[in-house]
Design a protein around this ligand. Sequence first.
Ligand code: WT7
Length: 633
Amino acid sequence: MINKINTLQEYHEAYQECIDNPEHFWHQLARKFIWRRPWHTVLEWDFIKPEIKWFDGGGLNITENCLDRHLETQPNKTAIIWESNDPNEASVTYTYKQLHAKVCELANVLKNLGVQKGDRVCIYMPMIPELSMALLACARIGAVHSVVFAGFSSRSLSDRINDADAKVVLTTDGSYRGAKAIDLKGIVDEALLDCPNVQSVLVYQRTNTPVSMQGGRDLWWHDEIAKVDTHCEPVIIGSEDPLFILYTSGSTGRPKGIMHTAGGYMVYTAYTFKNVFQQQEDDIYWCTADIGWVTGHSYIVYGPLLNGATVLMFEGIPTWPDNGRFWDVIDKHQVTIFYTAPTAIRSLMAGDHSPKSTHSLNSLRILGTVGEPINVEAWEWYHEHVGRGNCPIVDTWWQTETGGMMISPLAGITPTKPGFATLPLPGVQPALLDENGKEIEGNGVEGKLCIKFPWPGMARTIWGDHNRFRETYFSAFPGYYFTGDGCRRDADGYYRITGRVDDIIIVSGHNLGTAEIENAIDEHELVNETAVVGYPHPVKGFAVYAYVVLFAEAAGKDHDALRKEINESISAIIGPIGKADKIQFVTGLPKTRSGKIMRRILRKIAEGETDNLGDTSTLLDPGVVEEIMRGKV
Ligand code: WT7
């Protein structure tokens, strides 16, 4: 159904076509979907305001394209294969027909709870098929889903529920992660103490652990499902109506509710999935991300289902019950396309958890990576030990804000180079900018990565704060979308992402704002002031290094005990993913005369690079730096 590029020459042609006539290019692609109302304008855009509209005037429901359309051609094809955390628990499969019925039922339950088009529904669930169903059920009735990764703390959850003003929350009694069982409902209960607008909580029974159910608010999923049937007409929404909100860390403490709309996102995720993975009818596709992140939204739920693919969903972790779990799952389900993150690859290679000779892995056809730059060593290990030397690797660069992949090889078509995301996909026009905002032309250059033309999958706003959307992405370089990443374009015109150039640290593939972590640390009663930076870590990519100034009252307190308390505070406020690997207590932070913390210096010290600290002439008190260097942990 979706146009597939088959050769490198076809790629170059498609790329050129999309530069010459983007509207025609995307119009032709969009026509392949089910629309209930035609669009009047393919594209309207302004990167200053900013305002971006794709297929405006069009009306659709994305679930008709993910589900209903396949009922005519392949009702009995497997849509979802679910693999439990526990290898001894039977896997579960849903055909497209069964998934359609489940989604319609759940959509009817949401309607019974009073959810209407445009209402926000918060989803806080583990990786079970009902999580995919939850997103689709919202989309079925035109409600806006806001999925919160089920590893976030109750505080993070309540902030996100309130920011989106969600009135319904979907969750489970508990969840499993390796050997751990987590009391999800308890976390929701705690979060809801601060969420006066939530009217109902629908609870799916996953662990059968006892939970408290608040009368008039909390309902069992199975009780409500028993009251409805499997017919639910899709609610038609506008192309530019919101499909979902997904929170991502920002440079200031507050997370940003990235908003995506229905029409462009649908076309873009479907097109990129098909082409980057060169997906075929009989592929078994496995993306190891959690649906709580954009990778899961776009490439576990929407992209694959729009293409009628078979998707494997995994509840567990790579290291439980042992380090061979990924390889076991690949063999068990004969996975053909495997998409994971560099941090997972590095953690498995570090402990020599390579697939053993007892693992066949010969079902694999294509490998993918996403989330952070992949180092050459990890790329080569992945290629050799997992791909057995004969699976192309697609290193896909993109962001929550881009909705879908932007710079990536097409599997088996684009010649790859370890560490390079290679070439932009059709419709993506990258630009490298220098410090003065001037575009750097030619090859063999490095700069800040911007995009100079809209693509259908791009975010439209930050929920409730369009001003922040403009300031974050469109003000550093007027007329361009600024990604926050640094990038090199080599002699062959290939792109290599070099990492963040802003105050975001990517720890094990998760974005964290330094300000967000600083705020969490500052909440400790003995902490006066904090500065957080990232430093390179062999498995996590980057880890958190915190410089902490204590109040006088802390004198004599045990430093290791304090470190533990500080990390507990981060865990409670953000979640365990935000914990600091290193905490150094200092008497002051290096500041400029105007009071700005010189993070550049702190970053260098954390990296262990103390010989050349750069220009320190604007420092208020150079003595502070000496002290910090001496006390490095
Ligand atoms: C940031 C976006 C895209 C889904 C997961 C992350 C980094 C992502 C790559 C890659 C180098 C990458 C960038 C980007 N990143 N993929 N293949 N090579 N860096 O989404 O949480 O919004 O993070 O992840 O720094 O800006 P996200």
